[in-house]
Design a protein around this ligand. Structure first.
Ligand code: SAM
Ligand code: SF4
Length: 326
């Protein structure tokens, strides 16, 4: 699908649950209200939506949440989504706590890549950020996932007052292991508004101070907007996803499906279109497919030119990341 700005839209992020086994302070702090299970899309509904999406040219999916691996049947769902004609790539974003348990099954299901979110390698800081003492399990999962042959990227969000200097140890992971390490600028969505980010421009300067030999890496690493750099002798690359300071909207290729079945053209705005209702209104699979395909066409036609995170008053999205799928 092409939108009105000539962008090819071929990638969808799906939040399959708003539940999570961590309580990251900028995403889902203690006490967050959850949607009832009955409001969350079923496996069959996700499959139907993805079949229609594939017919409209979506060929890459990212399974996210909440924590996708706490949803029962996540691996089987991935296996089924991979089998949809035209679906070229299904990847997963996880906090890594349960990844060790499912690593082999995920590889067997054909998962094309796994992003592990890991903001600190220090046990106490990890606990302060996530509210749980699970760092040891995440690190074990990383080993298990690599042993299972999964392609791994590490994603970290830095906050000035807590893990702002953790980049030093996090980038070492790319030296020791064949993993890319990427820094995501905190976005002013949900609880993220309350914390002071470390901006990537400043971070790159600090890394350059420590590693003067760092240089741009122009190889394609995935579907996203990350800019990559290489440090000699490192096995993986260092990536920067700078939603605030380097607008990448010109090359945006994505839609988002919330856990409740609303299709979003852009992360920053509250506009969304109810696919679940469309599925429930129609009677048979053929009609379902047609009505969902039509909504995909409408949403792509209405995709805004750019986000407005630099103008906070214009951000209209009020949902939290766990519902939207970060
Ligand atoms: N639980 C999984 C995980 O942690 O990877 C998947 C869902 S989580 C919402 C996906 C990603 O969104 C994580 O890497 C998390 O750090 C990031 N995230 C959450 N809130 C954010 C915010 N306000 N700004 C930037 N990234 C955010
Ligand atoms: Fe859970 Fe991921 Fe949000 Fe942390 S970032 S609370 S792991 S959904």
């Amino acid at each position: 699908m092409k939108d009105q700005y000539g962008r090819t839209i071929d990638y969808m992020r799906i939040s399959i649950t708003d539940r999570c086994n961590l309580r990251c302070r900028y995403c889902m702090p203690e006490g967050v209200e959850l949607v009832s299970m009955g409001e969350v899309l079923t496996d069959e509904e996700i499959q139907q939506i993805c079949m229609a999406a594939a017919q409209e040219g979506i060929c890459k999916l990212k399974i996210t949440g909440g924590e996708p691996l706490v949803r029962k049947g996540c691996v089987e769902l991935i296996r089924r989504l991979k089998q949809i004609p035209g679906m070229e790539q299904v990847t997963l974003t996880t906090n890594g706590v349960l990844l060790g348990k499912y690593a082999e099954a995920l590889a067997d299901a054909g998962t094309d890549g796994v992003n592990i979110s890991l903001d600190s390698l220090d046990r106490e800081q990890y606990y302060l950020i996530t509210g749980r003492d699970e760092l040891h399990r995440v690190l074990k999962s990383l080993e298990d996932a690599l042993a299972a042959g999964l392609r791994i990227k590490i994603n970290a969000v830095l906050q000035k007052d807590i893990n702002g200097t953790e980049w030093k140890s996090l980038i070492e992971l790319a030296k020791e292991k064949p993993v890319d390490v990427r820094f995501i600028e905190m976005m002013p969505i949900g609880y993220g508004k309350q914390f002071e980010p470390v901006f990537n421009e400043e971070l790159l300067q600090m890394i350059q101070g420590e590693y003067p030999q760092i240089e741009r890496d122009v190889r394609i690493h995935g579907n996203g907007p990350a800019q990559y750099y290489r440090i000699p002798d490192f096995q993986g690359s260092i990536g920067f996803i700078s939603a605030i300071h380097e607008k990448f909207c010109e090359s945006c290729n994505r839609l988002r499906l919330t856990s409740q079945g609303r299709l979003k053209p852009c992360l920053c705005y509250g506009d969304s279109y109810d696919l679940r209702k469309a599925l429930q209104n129609t009677k048979n699979d053929k009609e379902n497919l047609e009505s969902i395909r039509k909504i995909f066409q409408e949403v792509v036609a209405k995709k805004p030119k750019q986000h407005c995170f630099e103008q906070l008053n214009d951000v209209t999205e009020e949902k939290h990341m766990i519902q939207i799928g970060g």
